[in-house]
Design a protein around this ligand. Structure first.
Ligand SMILES: *Cc1c(COP(=O)(O)O)cnc(C)c1O
Length: 408
């Protein structure tokens, strides 16, 4: 074919010889986007190992961008290996699918994140994988439920609606004694409130797996869904990595970049939201409409002593995230409590937490638990998540809505 000198050199645009100089350094590590990754020759392609971070094979298995976030999350949570997945819930489901098979059983706390229970009742049950719910405040109940089919125990500290903080050390000991893997949903602690792989700081107590909804504090924007699964045992990591590959759970480089950009401010955001939550929870405890404040740093909250032991030892103020729930007294109807939520202006009605905007959700707790827990006052539960607004503006908002919707 004769070369038409007027035709644009499309091939040159694709195979352009320019490479920028190396040595570029800037605050953010850069965004590498790829499905395809090149190999210099066939032998290199055949030899390339995709299961570790020694090189690159295909976008699904990792890029410099995903490797950087995984390593930073390992540092944050004290883990050794990490896998990114497209949501926090995908982290929970990948752990289950990687580790459980027909005939096995998984144990979940009765206050577990709702969709994790739904996974057990849905897909896991359909695959012939059983489940039981244990009382998160009673380690003996967990011990009694472990049986030869039990392969995995989920921990949550605290449960993110009713806020019970379990005795993690006793629960982990029981898992160890029975040689059952324990996985923590670490979304609340986020690697800041406590170290999931070294809970008492003496190298004695560690979960096997930390699953984390990066959607919450690491993202911090209310605009990204992502999850991570962090481990310290290479064999356990390999099982999860293989399952992650077979399920094809890649994450988008732009979303990873958004999380990387938000990570440096995560510590101060967490602290600010913690301060706001404690102030407003304290204020709420003095309001006549309030039957119980549920916040692990408060003595009124179930499991407070366990929070203290792990998150605030030796009288330190400790970390407690930016969530609290209030049990509105039973003399108010659930319609009145809904009207209170509708009256709020700064607190938006919406799920999730850790973003800049304060959020509120009323929960139908009786539909979420096997039985009404004895440690909870009667009433209607409302869960608040702190944003980054001024604490006074948030308090004023709560006050006006209480006055209008829940007259004393
Ligand atoms: C939000 C959340 C999840 C799920 O995260 P998504 O990214 O929304 O799927 C899991 N566990 C807890 C405790 C959460 O709060």
């Amino acid at each position: 074919m004769k070369k038409d000198s007027a035709a644009p050199d499309v091939t040159g645009l694709i195979h352009h010889p320019y490479t920028p100089p190396s040595g570029f350094e800037a605050p953010q590590p850069g965004v590498f986007k790829a499905s395809t990754v090149y190999f210099p020759n066939v032998a290199a392609m055949r030899q390339r190992e995709w299961k570790d971070k020694s090189g690159y094979t295909y976008g699904l298995h990792g890029t410099p961008t995903t490797y950087v976030l995984e390593e930073r999350l390992c540092a944050l949570e004290g883990g050794a290996q990490c896998v990114l997945v497209p949501s926090g819930l995908a982290a929970l489901s990948t752990v289950a699918l990687a580790l459980l098979k027909t005939g096995d059983e998984v144990l979940l706390p009765d206050n577990a994140y709702g969709p994790n229970k739904a996974l057990a009742e849905g897909e896991l049950q359909a695959f012939g994988i059983g489940h039981q719910l244990y009382d998160p405040l009673n380690p003996a109940d967990l011990a009694a439920r472990i049986n030869p089919r039990t392969r995995l125990v989920w921990l949550e500290a605290p449960g993110s609606v009713s806020m019970e903080f379990p005795d993690l050390i006793s629960l982990i000991k029981i898992c160890r004694e029975h040689k059952v893997l324990c996985a923590l949903d670490n979304t609340w602690g986020a690697g800041l409130a406590f170290q999931p792989f070294d809970l008492l700081g003496d190298g004695q107590f560690s979960v096997d797996i930390s699953a984390h909804a990066l959607t919450k504090y690491p993202s911090g924007g209310g605009d990204v869904l992502m999850g991570s699964i962090t481990t310290r045992d290479p064999a356990l990591h390999l099982k999860i990595k293989l399952c992650h590959m077979r399920l094809g759970l890649g994450v988008g480089a732009n979303d990873v970049e958004t999380v990387l950009r938000a990570l440096p401010s995560m510590g101060i955001r967490y602290q600010a939201q913690d301060d706001t939550a404690r102030h407003l929870a304290h204020w709420f405890s003095a309001q006549p409409q309030c039957a119980q404040v549920l916040h692990p740093a408060f003595a009124s909250s179930p499991g407070h002593a366990h929070w203290q032991a792990i998150c605030a030892p030796q009288g330190r103020p400790g970390c407690a995230a930016g969530l609290f729930s209030v049990m509105i007294a039973a003399r108010y109807s659930s319609d009145q409590v809904d009207a209170f939520c509708d009256q709020l202006k700064l607190f938006k009605i919406g799920y999730s937490w850790g973003g800049p905007v304060s959020l509120v959700v009323p929960y139908q707790l009786h539909a979420m638990r096997q039985a009404w827990p004895a440690h909870l006052a009667a009433g209607t539960l409302v869960r608040f998540s702190m944003g980054l607004e001024s604490v006074q503006a948030l308090q004023d908002d709560l006050q006006q809505a209480l006055q209008r919707a829940l007259p004393v």
